[in-house]
Write a protein that binds this ligand. Structure first.
Ligand code: RET
Length: 229
């Protein structure tokens, strides 16, 4: 059953990547970078879903299947999602490079400590790294909510609108990842591996394809967002 959901994930992300590349051929002036970043996000996800489907990035950790490929996917794609948000909120990224680098560093730390939690074979190790990773996530989402929202206030109306939608989507969806993790086989195993794979698939589709679709079909906002300084 996992294979079915993982295959569906691979196909969905391939389709989304092709669609986003198609949309890029008619990108509003000065907005191509959003299409490139977002197509790379879904392309990387397609690749890692394929590796999870074939088992290349799945291991047996004391009797449970551990899909470590998702963490490699996330460590590449979550910084790119943050970059999309930052480039919407900040007209001049060069002047805000510390903030962008700080958000990305915190995000990479969150995913890597999440990986330590996921591959842990002791309850203490899993619990410890889970708490560290979740703390990083809370700080990260708080910074998005404060710093990026404040910066976005100076943007044109349509850019502000899409930024708010995508940032709130991000805050809500990202918060659900540790919950699925806790319910699944890395955590308390209340959900079976198949159910866990399914729930992560839904979250990944919403957080990457849903996010990308809302952004890349909003031509008015993309036209006004400009070159990102
Ligand atoms: C883990 C487990 C440890 C605690 C925390 C986690 C958070 C993961 C997040 C992942 C986001 C992924 C996205 C993927 C692609 O769209 C690693 C599950 C806090 C927030 C958005």
């Amino acid at each position: 059953m996992q294979t079915l959901w993982l295959t569906l994930g691979t196909l969905s992300f391939i389709a989304a990547t092709v669609f986003f590349i198609f949309l890029m051929t008619r990108a509003p002036a000065g907005s191509r970078h959003f299409f490139i970043i977002t197509a790379v996000i879904t392309g990387v996800a397609a690749f890692f879903y394929l590796t999870m489907t074939t088992g290349a990035t799945a291991s047996n950790v004391e009797g449970r299947i551990f899909y470590w490929g998702r963490y490699i996917d996330w460590v590449i794609t979550t910084p790119l999602l943050l970059l999309d948000l930052a480039l919407l909120a900040l007209p001049n990224w060069r002047r805000n490079i510390q903030l962008i680098a700080g958000l990305i560093a915190l995000d990479v730390f969150m995913i890597l400590t999440g990986l330590l939690a996921g591959q842990s074979t002791s309850d203490f190790g899993a619990g410890f790294w889970f708490i560290v990773s979740t703390a990083a996530m809370i700080v990260l989402l708080y910074l998005v909510y404060t710093q990026l929202f404040a910066a976005a206030q100076n943007r044109p109306g349509s850019v502000q609108g899409i930024f708010r939608t995508l940032a709130l989507l991000t805050i809500v969806l990202w918060s659900l990842y540790p919950i699925v993790w806790l319910l699944g086989t890395e955590g308390f195993a209340v959900a079976s591996s198949t159910v866990e794979v399914f729930m992560f698939l839904i979250l990944d589709i919403l957080a990457k394809i849903g996010f990308g679709f809302l952004l890349l079909t909003n031509r008015e906002a993309l036209g006004q967002a400009g070159g990102g300084g």
